[in-house]
Design a protein around this ligand. Sequence first.
Ligand SMILES: C[S@@+](CC[C@H](N)C(=O)[O-])C[C@H]1O[C@@H](n2cnc3c(N)ncnc32)[C@H](O)[C@@H]1O
Length: 327
Amino acid sequence: MEMIQRGQGYILQEISMQHQVSQRVMTREEYFEQLELDFRYARNVNDRRLAGENIPEFDVRSRPYDSALRYSPHARDEDFVYLRKWLKPQPGEVGADFAAGTGLITFPTAEVTGATTYAIDPSKGQLEMLERERDSRGASAANVVPIHVFPDSKTFFEEIEDKYDLDLEGQLDYITSYGGIHHSMDQLTLFSNGLRMLRPGGRIVVADVGMGTSLARYFDNFVSPNCLTGHVGNWLSRKRLHQLSQELPMKVTRVKLEPVTWHFEDILETSNFLKGLHCDDRSSLRQISDGVEKYLKYKHEPRIHDISMNWHMLFSKMVKTEGRVAV
Ligand SMILES: C[S@@+](CC[C@H](N)C(=O)[O-])C[C@H]1O[C@@H](n2cnc3c(N)ncnc32)[C@H](O)[C@@H]1O
């Protein structure tokens, strides 16, 4: 593999290696057809949600979300490249992925550790997709264990014990979370639950939309009005993380906005992907592309794919310190 001499060179090199093994599993036409079905299903579930049924947001969104990731299986490869750099997972380490969704981060982490990796998410729909993916990956993914619970539930440990007969207190080496914590309106309880799961010295690596960034503006001004369920973001910031650490036995060791980019063959693929990912059955492909241009910007990376799009994420690392978690 040729060395690419640039600031992010090692990342690009890893991604192009991943691209050699990534296979597109759906043609554009198949994706269009699938998305039509997914949106029909999503509108149905959303109507029940609006009528008062207690249905988590991602039980509405899970099918188009999963189809987008299947349509462009390589688009978000950089997410794990950065996550891995921050977490440095080691063989044998047991961990949990909070807001695991369909497992985009969970599976590659589990592959590196080769150990039990709990995929924790409040959406049954997302976890069904994760289970399907786990089964299709075979033995190498058998160590991924889905856990259906809100990571910010006040009865988190009781629910896990009741449903799965598992006691996960003080058992884990690490917690990851990618792009999910902004959905929680009770981040203090979420971090508290995470810390209680960790062994002394265990670490938490979170990547999420940073408050005040162009990505937060994109979500607030473009995704929120167009996503079928709407979108509320309780964005993280350096200040917010330090505030949380005042109330919890954890030390924030590093916070940094990382220049993550997502990669596509062309603009049409980018818009199609975001349509499914954000359950946007309202905007035209042109409007989605204009939204990206306005808030995020495209960047040309001809060595990988023709199009790359800025998706800068706030990464943070926390370490569990001495003391009781008493929230
Ligand atoms: C944008 S997806 C991210 C999924 C996955 N980590 C990824 O990168 O593809 C957000 C996930 O957060 C989950 N979620 C929703 N509400 C949550 C909450 N209160 N606490 C934690 N996770 C939540 C959703 O079910 C969904 O799977």
